[in-house]
Design a protein around this ligand. Structure first.
Ligand code: ACO
Ligand code: ZN
Length: 226
């Protein structure tokens, strides 16, 4: 029978535990060669993907003391579309989505939050929709979550069967792990509501989240009730 002491001896380690890289946010065990290798592989690719060099023509839709939000549209110059895709791939990877295809790629609007270190720390993809199914409240979930609850955690959310009118679907929302709980997702959504349809400010009922993750659901519940 293996216990944790046994594991430490077997791997010949002095230290055993998780390290959280302060640049890319990956959690890994520095003492495990395979983990180290995976981190090295991930680290540079990730930082390259979120690095933002600045464009001559960028569509700034909001500005804050700690960053700005730019909007990328499908017909924008190739470098802009590519950056949006790179960041979306990072987000999809974390969300466990397999491919990068969007529902209606020609109408997708990608909002990127750029921080003062010139990193893309937030990404939101919004698409026009006609109707949506409200996610029904499920009591007592996410409480005392253990690793064994993984399957439970990934089950489909229970949705209402009655479609409701909505105008804007949020198909992806992602914030860099080291930049969470700073209101970045909130500010991206506020910006979507004010810019998505020319001349009108969308209500919280007119936006809908597709397939929210547990994080996404906690955020959406908070956002929609405040
Ligand atoms: N747990 C509990 N409450 C939360 C969480 C959380 N993980 N995240 C947000 N909230 C609530 C809080 O009340 C928070 O306010 P507070 O910090 O003052 O308490 C409020 O929502 C606002 O949060 P923000 O700071 O605006 O959200 P953030 O910038 O951290 O981004 C997000 C939230 C996008 C869900 C982020 O955690 C993330 O990227 N997670 C991984 C990817 C993911 O799951 N995305 C959602 C997928 S669903 C979809 O794409 C349709
Ligand atoms: Zn790293």
């Amino acid at each position: 029978k293996l216990d944790s002491d046994q594991l430490i001896i077997d791997a010949g380690q002095k230290q055993f535990g998780a390290t959280n890289c302060s640049s890319c946010g990956m959690v890994y065990s520095a003492d495990i060669p395979e983990d180290n290798f995976q981190h090295t592989q991930f680290h540079q690719r990730f930082l390259d993907s979120i690095k933002y060099v600045g464009w001559k023509k960028e569509r700034v839709v909001a500005e804050f003391w700690d960053g700005k939000i730019i909007l990328v549209l499908p017909d924008d110059p190739k470098y802009a579309v590519k950056k949006a895709e790179d960041v979306r791939r990072i987000a999809d990877n974390e969300l466990g989505f397999q491919q990068v295809t969007l529902g209606r790629p020609t109408q997708a609007k990608t909002f990127l939050f750029i921080n003062t270190d010139r990193l893309v720390v937030g990404c939101l993809v919004a698409e026009p929709i006609r109707q949506a199914y409200r996610v029904l409240e499920q009591p007592d979930e996410n409480k005392d979550m253990t690793k064994d609850d993984f399957m439970e955690r990934h089950r489909a959310w229970c949705c209402s069967t009655v479609p409701e009118q909505a105008l804007c679907g949020i198909s992806r929302i992602w914030v860099f792990s080291l930049a969470r709980r700073q209101g970045i997702a909130t500010r991206m959504l506020d910006t979507v509501r004010s810019t998505f349809m020319y001349g009108s400010y969308l209500t919280k009922q007119e936006i809908a989240f597709s397939d929210p993750t547990p994080d996404g659901k906690l955020f959406a519940t908070k956002y929609c009730n405040t």
